[in-house]
Design a protein around this ligand. Structure first.
Ligand code: ADP
Ligand code: ZN
Length: 728
């Protein structure tokens, strides 16, 4: 990773390079009436339209003066902060994404930059135009209801040009009104409710607070067992930044986690922080965006896209559950929010904290080698102890055919429920059954767009593709052998476990939490709340319940299929399985009562299983580290995947071959493939993948750029580069 190129000087008076939030590789030259700084927001004519743009640097030259179009700075718009502009450039160069596309992410809240005309609203006034044309009449009719509307809104609703509206403003037939100001963001109180930290927490907090005070870039890995108080501890570092008047960004992997988190934040700081995620309304977005820009929003809690907010004075970045795969953005610009958080912090010159009970192997290695400060919290806070993990060998401990809860697990559930405690069943599979096949001919029901099985969702009576969303009813006859009603569900999904549980424990209060239960996210939140409030005794869920939640009365966790995910054949599968199972196990026994975790498996000897029962996380990590080292896999080497996709399968495969043949020979670079991608057919598109592996010293971006620029590929094949792919 090289240092960003800092170009924050003023441009010369009459020309500048303006970057538009469009799929463009370069800034375009424009005329400017006044000198502008990098980051200045402008309205830039582009063909028949006007686009928002950002002054990016000096003009490239080459276009003769009279042919240059004029860009107009937006009045009163603060410029994007220099750190954000540098960050956009950095992300674009690292991920091989067009800079304009990355800028588009930074300008997400486009309304924040709408020209003034869109932000002043008008109502009907007393004036009258000299001539009342039908167009003018339509505008006045529209405005007759007394609601305040902007010029573009009026023009659109009345189906007239903005000029017609402006004519009516000039003669006083429409008059401006002040829109109510947004409520300001309340200031978090760093001393509102300070916890008493234990020795390890205090030591970790001390290091992080020191880094915040020093205003220097540096990474800390806050590596603490589940329930050790990582959140409590990094809140102290956040409090320090707030005391110094600086801003804090806290990234969470999933919106589902934020509700509980916001409450916790409020308990510590007296007020809720600003939130940033895709579910915000336009109005909320604009409000948060502007408050982040003005520095008024002190603490922002958000999903990965919050990385692109225009912080005025960023003093600390925290990435919670840093190992989470949800941090990887897989469409548009492909980036890993954890890695980019480190980059943003370095550009802003502030510390960053990565928190996890099961760090990514990359972060673990960086902590071991001393590149990151390794802050460890080794025990649970207070009286809570880590749960005991036991394996259930499904090869000799299983119930009737077609059931998925072993006698041992059923027994433990009964004991727990009788004792008045709560239990959780975990299965990382949505729906009723992952596969439906014809008993007569063995035909499997697959998606028509993807190389994936259709998953039965029995509540909804649908077969669903979890990749493209394709849905269909359950067919009555087999499309292959035409046998009637011979379909059978194979394997368990959470809905099926729920069905079995209800049969076995008809009296017990139970709920299901999966990202696609009938009522959607709201219902899922209800299930989690119900568990928290003890309105239910058992929660059955997918990985959504594995993360972050704190259920004090939960003493038993049953993992229905611990082998899931271990056999993907990709190098990171073991790490992922370990992280997930460890997180699930961490839900048990978080208060006074000790917890028990029962994992059903067919591979009790597996390294992941052994590490889990021995609670020997580091032994597992050290073994994985060695394995990656000998295979030159990340973090010991670099990797990038090139994904080719398109509707024309032959074109895609031939593009793969062309690329493989034209790969430049270079020292310490290996190119594998093309091979069919993990889902070789996805949303109707054929997908092929090439993998580039290099030594750490190689500039993999430069290599890819040279290679891809020289290759001539069919127009109907899409090329996407995924630097540091999650699965390899
Ligand atoms: P982690 O993020 O490591 O899983 P949490 O921060 O959620 O751990 O802490 C687990 C529980 O212990 C929470 O209920 C938290 O409020 C409590 N806790 C942790 N540290 C302290 C402390 N120093 N004082 C009081 N409560 C604490
Ligand atoms: Zn599909």
């Amino acid at each position: 990773m090289t240092a960003p190129d800092l170009k924050s000087g003023k441009t010369d008076c009459c020309r500048a390079g303006v970057l538009l939030p469009l799929p463009l590789a370069d800034a375009y030259d424009y005329k400017l009436s006044v000198p502008a700084r990098r980051g200045q927001i402008v309205a830039a004519p582009l063909g028949p339209r006007t686009s928002i743009g950002v002054v990016w640097g000096d003009a490239a030259g080459g276009v003769a003066e009279p042919r240059l179009k004029q860009a107009v700075p937006l009045d009163g718009e603060p410029a994007l902060p220099p750190g954000l502009c540098d960050f956009v450039d950095w992300v674009a160069q690292y991920t091989l994404t067009l800079p304009g596309m990355v800028l588009a992410m930074a300008l997400r809240s486009r309304q924040a930059f709408e020209p003034e005309s869109a932000r002043v609203a008008y109502i009907k006034g007393d004036g009258l135009p000299k001539k009342l044309t039908p167009a003018r009449q339509r505008v006045l009719d529209t405005a007759a209801d007394g609601l305040a509307r902007s010029v573009p809104q009026l023009a659109e609703e009345a189906n007239v040009t903005p000029a017609v509206v402006r004519g009516l403003i000039d003669c006083g037939a429409l008059i401006p009104v002040d829109l109510p100001e947004f409520d300001p963001f309340p200031r978090p109180d760093p001393d509102f409710s300070q916890p008493v930290l234990d020795t390890e927490q205090d030591l970790a907090a001390h290091v992080m607070k020191g880094a915040v005070k020093a205003k220097r870039f540096g990474v800390s890995l806050l590596d603490g067992v589940t329930g050790s108080g990582k959140t409590e501890t990094y809140f102290e570092a956040a409090a320090e930044a707030v005391r110094l008047g600086r801003q804090v960004l806290i990234l969470l992997p999933e919106i589902a986690l934020t509700v509980q988190f916001l409450d916790r934040f409020a308990a510590r700081f007296g007020v809720r922080p600003a939130e940033w995620h895709s579910d915000l309304s336009q109005r909320e977005r604009r409000r948060v965006y502007r408050a982040v820009m003005s520095g008024e929003a002190r603490v922002v809690v958000g999903a990965r896209s919050a990385l692109f907010l225009p912080f005025k004075d960023l003093g600390l970045v925290i990435v919670d559950e840093e190992h989470e795969q949800a941090y990887k953005q897989e469409d548009g610009a492909i980036y890993h929010a954890r890695d980019m958080a480190v980059v943003r912090a370095r550009i802003e010159g502030c510390p960053v904290v990565l928190a996890s009970a099961t760090p990514s192997l990359e972060s673990y290695v960086n902590a071991k080698t001393g590149r990151y400060a390794h802050l460890r919290l080794t025990s649970r806070h207070g009286a809570a102890v880590l749960p005991e993990v036991r394996l259930i060998d499904l090869r000799n401990d299983r119930g009737d055919p077609g059931t998925f809860l072993s006698p041992t697990l059923r027994g433990a559930l009964a004991t727990t429920i009788e004792a008045g405690e709560q239990a959780m069943l975990f299965l990382n599979r949505r729906g009723y059954a992952p596969l439906t096949l014809c008993e007569s001919c063995g035909h499997k029901l697959v998606c028509r767009n993807c190389s994936a099985w259709l998953v039965e969702h029995r509540y909804r009576k649908r077969l669903v593709c979890h990749h493209c969303g394709y849905e269909t009813g359950l067919p009555t006859e087999c499309p292959e052998c035409h046998t009637q009603g011979a379909f059978t569900a194979c394997g368990p999904g959470v809905e099926r476990v729920m069905e079995e549980f209800k049969l076995a424990f008809p009296e017990v209060r139970v709920a299901i939490a999966s990202s696609d239960t009938m009522g959607g996210p709201a219902e899922m939140q209800l299930a989690i709340r119900a568990m928290m409030k003890r309105e239910i005794d058992v929660l059955i869920g997918t990985q959504i319940v594995a993360k972050g939640h704190h259920f004090p009365q939960l003493t038993l966790v049953g993992v229905v299929d611990a082998d899931l995910g271990g056999s993907d054949g990709d190098l990171r599968a073991r790490e992922r399985t370990f992280q997930l199972l460890h997180q699930v196990a961490g839900r048990a026994g978080r208060a006074e009562k000790p917890g028990l975790v029962l994992m059903q498996t067919r591979n009790p000897k597996d390294a992941v299983m052994q590490a889990l029962i021995a609670s020997d996380r580091d032994a597992f990590y050290d073994q994985e580290t060695k394995y990656r080292e000998v295979t030159h896999a990340p973090p010991f080497g670099r990797l990038a995947a090139i994904i080719l996709s398109g509707h024309d399968g032959d074109a895609v495969r031939s593009a793969g071959r062309i690329l493989a043949q034209t790969a430049p020979a270079a020292r310490a670079v290996k190119v594998w493939g093309p091979t069919p991608a993990f889902y070789s057919l996805l949303r109707g598109q054929t997908r092929e993948r090439l993998l580039v592996q290099t030594e750490k010293s190689v500039d993999i971006q430069a290599y890819l750029r040279t290679w891809l620029a020289a290759a001539t590929l069919p127009k109907n094949v899409r090329v996407v580069v995924d630097v540091d792919p999650v699965s390899f």
